[in-house]
Design a protein around this ligand. Structure first.
Ligand SMILES: Cc1ncc(C[n+]2csc(CCOP(=O)(O)OP(=O)(O)O)c2C)c(N)n1
Ligand SMILES: [Mg+2]
Length: 685
């Protein structure tokens, strides 16, 4: 067979595997894999430096399928390239990432060919995608990471990091706001290592895009500062390859390739219609398609002889050689730059450098105290000096979030200063969170920041960081009603509960400056879990730790801060964040009045839930039913800690615009009321 014939055979294998898998599952999206098989084939077999033998090699090119519903493209190509599986400890398992059997069980429980690409479940998937727009936005984070890594680690003659990012997206991705936010930033930063390919098929679920999406996409990307290329025929792999070459030669701008395609290409009755998008073609139509592809009509899940070999000769040989060259290069690099090399090693395994927590501040007792955000600012500045690859920034609220890294050499990340550690996301919270995911996928330790209320704008990407088990960090300040006069638009109520509901996400609301330090200490040691810090705007008293328990209790999620003499409390006060000092005040008053009170600081439900039952019972003894929880947030959910007869002092409405003191009075966050609630609880007994 000629090479041209092998190209075509490989492309049609991707198509028919996709068709057969969807038909077998009786669910899925056949049309886009049929259309984009030539594109994905060309990117993988002709352009990407990716070694199927080691899908986590640090300098590999990355492929992101942002239109994740077309996942069969990825499962086909991972299978046909023989990409190997890797486990969570980054060990190679000596088995394929996606077997033909997985493809036969597409979308079935346990299959490595699930409905959408899932990072951490299938090796070779660079990011989870499916929520449209997330993949491309995440790819911007990966591109920023490459620039940063290159700046820090490359040395003359040692291009340790020179990889590129290829992301494929559809109409849906480009209609989503998050993609616009990310594209705008990518253009501003001139990320010339990034190529998005737009599947311009004019079709979404409800029909032709003439009903929804008639803007000039090319003009839009030109105005963002991207290099815009056009390939008018999605089946012309030479044109596609040429455009990819243009991308690789383009400097100073990201590349946007508009690819005109036909959804359901080859289907007599469904090509160019929404019917090809999200349902099986049907047995009869499958036959017609196979006939159109010159494929044996009765064959199912057929991988013809020569196809695997053709991928091995393409991406396999090129990627393998690139990785071997890199390994040699890195061995020499290690000789000349041992410290930098060991940083790269540690980073790859998500380890922290020695002394990463040296010089973390310890705050003396102070009744006036410090705002959570101020304590956080000090900690961030220490951590970012101790951990070279710890970096981040805010969505235009740095001065307010106190997240600016101010030490000498911290610098700003910009096109002409890609080593800067201060990222400026602009007012783009959703893209920020997706970019933070992309940075973490690239093994950096990133943080993002904004006001807590705007966590809602970032939530879809935070959810994905939890699903992907990424150690991202979001610093949310202005945690409750502390910015009083800004009013209810800026006062979070339901956000804490909603973040606590995300599986695997660690939500921490520290109660004083030393709890902030301990919260960071805990979070930085997470390797596979994202975390959110919820910090106050206003000063909170720094507790006297010679009198109250040490702040290291934060690492257990909740701990007894102060207790009745000799223990055995009759009533328990539980609080988080800014309400801890309020609860402590009430606790002192109760003690003085002879009431056996205990006060518990509970910065994190999630961490507390992971503790052994015996510990949890020691903090909240089941026999003590008189309980009061205090939190300036939705009361919903606190019954799990105070019981159905306990009392929750929290929010049942939105806040209001007024000075904080007045709001505290209006909404009942005052020591008297906490004391009264405790007494009421004791009387109920
Ligand atoms: C955020 C989000 N909203 C809605 C969906 C549901 N959805 C999946 S695919 C799709 C249509 C996408 O159209 P397009 O990107 O043009 O894909 P094509 O049909 O061309 O492959 C929609 C609405 C989703 N996956 N993510
Ligand atoms: Mg479309």
């Amino acid at each position: 067979m000629t090479n041209e014939q092998l190209d075509q055979l490989s492309i049609n294998t991707i198509r028919t595997l996709s068709i057969d898998a969807v038909q077998q599952a009786n669910s899925g999206h056949p049309g886009t894999p049929m259309a984009l098989a030539p594109l994905v084939y060309t990117i993988w077999n002709r352009a990407m430096n990716f070694d199927p033998q080691d899908p986590i090699w640090p300098n590999r090119d990355r492929f992101v399928l942002s239109n994740g519903h077309a996942s069969m493209l990825l499962w086909s190509v991972l299978h046909l390239t023989g990409t190997q599986a890797v486990d969570a400890d980054y060990e190679r398992l000596g088995e394929p990432s996606v077997s033909l059997d997985d493809i036969r069980h597409f979308r079935q429980l346990g299959s490595k060919a699930p409905g959408h690409p899932e990072y951490h479940w299938v090796s070779g998937v660079e990011t989870t995608s499916g929520p449209l727009g997330q993949g491309v936005a995440t790819s911007v984070g990966m591109a920023i990471a490459q620039k940063w890594l290159a700046h820090r680690y490359n040395r003359p003659g040692f291009e340790i990091f020179d990889y590129r990012l290829y992301a494929v997206c559809g109409d849906g991705c480009l209609m989503e706001g998050v993609a616009s936010e990310a594209a705008s930033l990518a253009g501003h930063l001139g990320l010339d290592n990034l190529c998005w390919v737009y599947d311009n098929n004019h079709i979404t679920i409800e029909g032709n895009t003439r009903i929804t999406f008639t803007e000039d996409v090319a003009a839009r990307f030109l105005s963002y500062g991207w290099n815009v290329l056009r390939v008018g025929d999605a089946n012309d792999i030479d044109r596609i390859e040429h455009a990819l070459n243009v991308f690789r030669e383009t400097t100073g701008r990201p590349t946007f390739m508009i690819l005109d395609s036909h959804i359901g290409y080859g289907s007599v009755h469904k090509q160019d219609t929404a019917a090809a998008h999200g349902e099986p073609l049907g047995e009869e139509e499958v036959r017609l398609c196979k006939r159109a592809y010159n494929w044996p009509e009765d064959a199912k899940f057929l991988v013809p002889d020569g196809v695997r070999e053709h991928f091995a000769a393409g991406v396999g040989a090129r990627g393998g050689a690139a990785r071997r060259r890199w390994l040699d290069l890195f061995a020499n690099y290690r000789g000349q730059y041992p410290e930098l090399a060991s940083e790269v090693d540690q980073m790859q395994r998500r380890e922290l450098p020695a002394k990463w927590d040296a010089n973390l501040p310890e705050f003396p007792a102070d009744p006036k105290g410090l705002a959570g955000r101020d304590a956080s600012g000090k900690v961030l500045n220490v951590l970012a000096q101790n951990i070279p690859w710890f970096l981040g920034g805010s969505a235009d609220l740095g001065p307010s979030n106190k997240t600016t890294l101010k030490f000498e050499g911290a610098g700003d990340f910009q096109a002409d200063s890609p080593g800067g550690k201060n990222l400026h996301f602009g007012i783009r919270e959703h893209a920020m969170a997706a970019i933070v995911n992309g940075l973490a996928l690239s093994k950096l330790r990133p943080f993002g920041a904004t006001f807590f209320i705007f966590s809602d704008y970032a939530r879809p990407a935070i959810r994905l960081s939890a699903l992907m088990e990424l150690p991202t960090l979001l610093v949310f300040t202005h945690d409750a009603m502390g910015d009083g006069e800004d009013g209810p638009t800026h006062q979070p109520v339901e956000q804490l509960l909603s973040l606590r509901a995300i599986p695997g996400l660690v939500t921490l609301r520290p109660g004083d400056a030393n709890e902030v330090v301990e919260a960071y200490r805990y979070v930085l040691q997470l390797r596979h879990q994202p975390a959110v810090l919820v910090l106050s705007r206003q000063p909170l008293p720094t507790l006297d730790r010679s009198k109250y328990a040490p702040a290291s209790g934060v690492a257990r999620g909740a701990y007894v801060l102060g207790d009745a003499p000799g223990g055995n409390p009759d009533v328990i006060l539980i609080a988080t964040g800014s309400e801890v000092s309020l609860a402590v005040q009430a606790h002192e008053r109760l003690l003085a009045e002879g009431v056996r009170s205990r006060v518990v600081s509970m910065p994190s439900w999630d961490i507390f839930e992971q503790q052994p039952q015996a510990y949890r019972d020691s903090v909240l003894p089941p026999t003590v039913k008189a309980r009061v929880a205090v939190e300036q947030a939705s009361v919903l959910g606190w019954e799990r800690y105070v019981g159905t007869s306990g009392r929750v002092i929290g929010m049942k409405t939105f806040g209001a615009s007024a000075p904080l003191k007045e709001l505290q009075r209006k909404f009942g966050f005052e020591p008297d009321l906490v004391v009264a609630a405790a007494r009421e609880q004791l009387e109920r007994k």
